[in-house]
Design a protein around this ligand. Structure first.
Ligand SMILES: Cc1cc2nc3c(=O)[nH]c(=O)nc-3n(C[C@H](O)[C@H](O)[C@H](O)COP(=O)(O)OP(=O)(O)OC[C@H]3O[C@@H](n4cnc5c(N)ncnc54)[C@H](O)[C@@H]3O)c2cc1C
Length: 441
């Protein structure tokens, strides 16, 4: 018997369904669905996709475009439509608890589709919704019940990890890519862990997403114990931002994702009960790994949606705009460009879904796989939105048209949640197989 033959026991034999040639046009030109070459989804996921798509179209897009034109102070003021977005988003009921009602086999696709649709609506508002989940979601992942019992999920969440003097450094908490002979210097934020209490001093960077409006922070910072301060063995804490000693910086003005409020958080001897310590120094590196795996996968899904929105706008414009006597899509180069844009969206979506599924099903997530997704989707979003500008010609750079905003939104994503080049070199270290090294030593 051929040792490479498929065993008989492999199950029912594949039966090719006959192609209905009689019903084909000369070239069938199958129209892809709203989420691309997507095979049929379970009804619960279809419903979610339809609902979130409607929300993204009717609520997020108009509000995102309006906020894009405002100053950072106007974005967060009481009369801003940011609050209309937040209220309507809360009505959708997307919380750690409701996500837990999905069957495990349906959850990865549901999460990937949810964030793709939000990203399609508006990148900044989608990121705001994503980080909002993190304090409760990560606490649940760490097996912590205190957070769910003590703080309602309606509080606006944020994740504070980067500092004025430590951006890429803090995301490489194990020092895997640290320069030999380098000096980490002083951390800007330290949590002193004493008997029954935690006291936080210092600040987080101006880039904390939701910082100016957040009410609950999952804080990653250096820890001071009786052994002193070791910036690489920090603490993970849950911090209510109405605690005595917390203050906020001015909201940051920036190029893209302008609907997303960002800003510093300061801690002036903020004293909390030890229950607020989610992870102690010995588990800190695992905590950085875990949240990064979630955040990078989320970014992969969001920026699939961002790329898709740019592609769809370019696709529609290419049918509408006539030059040389024909709609521009009739020009081969234009159709070819659209093909590559659509291909990139499909690649981003496929990897986002695959990584979300693997990581949710696997117990221990693969951080480098999440990094594949983040790096691929953000780079593709940048390229697709840049091509969309080109497709619109001079209209592409006019603020009256939507694509220049999408390009600005996409550009920030190459830095957000870790610069893509840092993710690649750090992800590369995760590919090292110690068993193979031993075998070749
Ligand atoms: C839109 C957006 C949202 C964000 N949201 C949050 C948030 O919610 N919470 C939060 O805490 N932070 C947030 N950040 C901060 C973000 O994580 C950091 O900006 C990012 O990690 C890079 O850090 P940095 O800006 O200090 O750049 P730096 O680390 O100073 O890097 C500067 C340059 O040096 C290169 N470089 C640095 N170190 C190395 C190295 N070892 N090897 C090779 N090259 C290196 C980098 O690639 C980069 O090109 C956000 C940022 C953005 C843009």
């Amino acid at each position: 018997m051929n040792e490479y033959a498929i065993p008989e026991s492999a199950g029912a034999k594949f039966q090719a369904a006959p192609l209905p040639f009689s019903r084909w046009d000369r070239l069938p030109g199958v129209k892809l669905g709203q989420v691309g070459a997507e095979p049929a989804l379970p009804e619960i996921t279809n419903d979610l996709q339809r609902t979130i798509h409607g929300f993204a179209e009717k609520v997020m897009r108009p509000i995102g475009r309006e906020l894009d034109h405002l100053t950072p102070e106007e974005v967060i003021c009481n009369t801003s439509r940011l609050w209309e977005f937040r209220n309507k988003y809360q009505e959708l009921g997307i919380t750690t608890q409701t996500l837990a009602t999905f069957a495990l086999e349906d959850l990865p696709a549901a999460v990937a589709i949810l964030f793709e649709e939000l990203g399609w609506g508006d990148a900044g508002l989608a990121v705001s919704a994503g980080v909002d989940l993190l304090p409760h979601y990560m606490a649940a992942k760490f097996g912590n019940e205190f957070v769910a019992k003590t703080y309602p999920e309606t509080l606006i969440g944020c994740w504070g990890i980067t500092e004025p003097d430590h951006g890429s450094d803090v995301l490489d908490s194990t020092g895997a890519i640290f320069q030999r002979g380098g000096n980490y210097g002083q951390p800007n934020c330290v949590a002193k862990i004493t008997d029954g209490k935690v006291i936080i001093r210092g600040q987080k960077s101006a880039w904390v997403s939701n910082g100016p409006i957040a009410e609950l922070c999952i804080l990653y910072c250096a820890a001071e114990t009786d052994k002193g301060i070791d910036p690489r063995r920090g603490a993970v804490l849950i911090v209510p931002l109405d605690a005595l000693g917390v203050s906020k910086g001015k909201p940051l003005d920036k190029m893209g994702q302008r609907a997303l409020p960002q800003g510093e958080i300061f801690f002036d001897a903020v004293e909390l009960d030890i229950d607020h310590l989610l992870l102690a120094p010995e588990d800190y590196n695992k905590g950085v790994y875990a949240i990064h795996a979630e955040a990078n996968a989320l970014m992969g899904a969001i920026f699939t949606g961002v790329a898709r929105s740019a592609y769809e706008l370019a696709h529609a414009y290419a049918h509408e705009r006539r030059q040389g006597g024909v709609p521009i899509i009739r020009h081969q180069d234009v159709a070819k460009r659209l093909f590559h844009m659509a291909r990139k969206v499909e690649v981003s979506r496929a990897i986002a879904r695959r990584v979300t599924t693997f990581n949710m099903m696997n117990g221990i997530p693969a951080l480098h796989a999440a990094m594949f997704s983040k790096v691929t989707a953000t780079q593709n979003a940048l390229e697709v939105s840049s091509d969309a500008i080109q497709m619109f010609g001079a209209n592409g750079v006019a603020r009256e048209y939507p694509v220049e905003k999408i390009f600005r939104d996409a550009r920030s994503s190459l830095i957000e949640d870790g610069c893509n080049e840092i993710l690649a070199i750090k992800g590369g270290t995760l590919l090292i197989d110690p068993e193979l090294l031993t075998a070749t030593a």
